[in-house]
Design a protein around this ligand. Structure first.
Ligand SMILES: C[S@@+](CC[C@H](N)C(=O)[O-])C[C@H]1O[C@@H](n2cnc3c(N)ncnc32)[C@H](O)[C@@H]1O
Length: 220
């Protein structure tokens, strides 16, 4: 245990001597927070999570519902984006995942922006309303889209993350049949670059597949 209370209010990055070594305290970025998530369920990677923010209309002051909480990686991204004036309600039907997500969000320092609820959203739907966004990462998002639409205020977005084409097709079919507007689907591929003087090229390896994103907007 290291007592760092003397550092509160100090300028980040100044050297701290402790036990013969020198350390620097710097504020964690979103990437740092996501990198330290303790995993239970499979998480949404940063490249997909930040693109979901864009296509599901999540920003400062937003009121968002999310299911399922899983490990809380997407919850952290949403809570980070909504800022202190926004809020995220995060559902999961399994209490052990809720607890894991809650612990990860607390370690990220974002607990005040998130309410966790144990609920099967396929069977019971969402119990919040006037939302600006609903974000779904569970096996059957098409089963939740009617309830999501009812919980959204006009102009609000629903966004989904699904690992297979079959799930994506069923999800987009549901978006369309429920009358969502501006329905879109996208895959985000991220390729690292090896940057060397006169030898810059793509990295040989990349994460080939994570999941597919879809989104639609409620317009009455
Ligand atoms: C892949 S994980 C979500 C991972 C999470 N987005 C993250 O980034 O850490 C899917 C979660 O959805 C939950 N889930 C599945 N069906 C559900 C339902 N009908 N209602 C609520 N949660 C559900 C599961 O318990 C699981 O925790």
């Amino acid at each position: 245990m290291v007592d760092l209370s003397s550092e509160i209010g100090q300028r980040p990055g100044r050297p701290i001597a402790w036990s013969g070594q020198t350390y620097r305290l710097i504020r964690p970025s979103l990437a740092d927070l996501l990198g330290s998530v303790r995993r239970g369920a499979q998480i949404v990677t940063a490249k997909d999570a930040v693109h979901l923010l864009a296509i599901a209309g999540v920003g400062p002051g937003a009121t968002v519902a999310e299911a399922g909480a899983g490990s809380g990686a997407l919850t952290i991204t949403l809570a980070y984006a909504v800022g202190p004036s926004g809020h995220v309600t995060s559902y999961d039907r399994r209490p052990e995942f809720l607890e894991g997500a809650r612990a990860n969000v607390e370690r990220a320092g974002l607990s005040e922006r998130v309410t966790f609820r144990e609920r099967d959203v396929v069977r019971e739907g969402l119990d919040v309303e006037e939302l600006s966004s609903v974000v779904l990462d569970l096996a059957e998002p098409w089963e939740v889209l009617a309830s999501a639409r009812a919980a959204l205020r006009p102009g609000g977005y629903a966004g989904t993350y699904t690992p297979t084409y079959n799930q994506l097709e069923r999800t987009v079919r549901a978006f369309r049949s429920l009358g969502f507007d501006d329905v879109r689907a996208v895959e985000v591929l991220e390729r690292g670059l090896h940057v060397g003087e006169g030898g810059t090229r793509p990295e040989f390896e990349m994460l080939g597949h994570t999941g597919f994103l879809a989104a639609g907007r409620k317009v009455e």
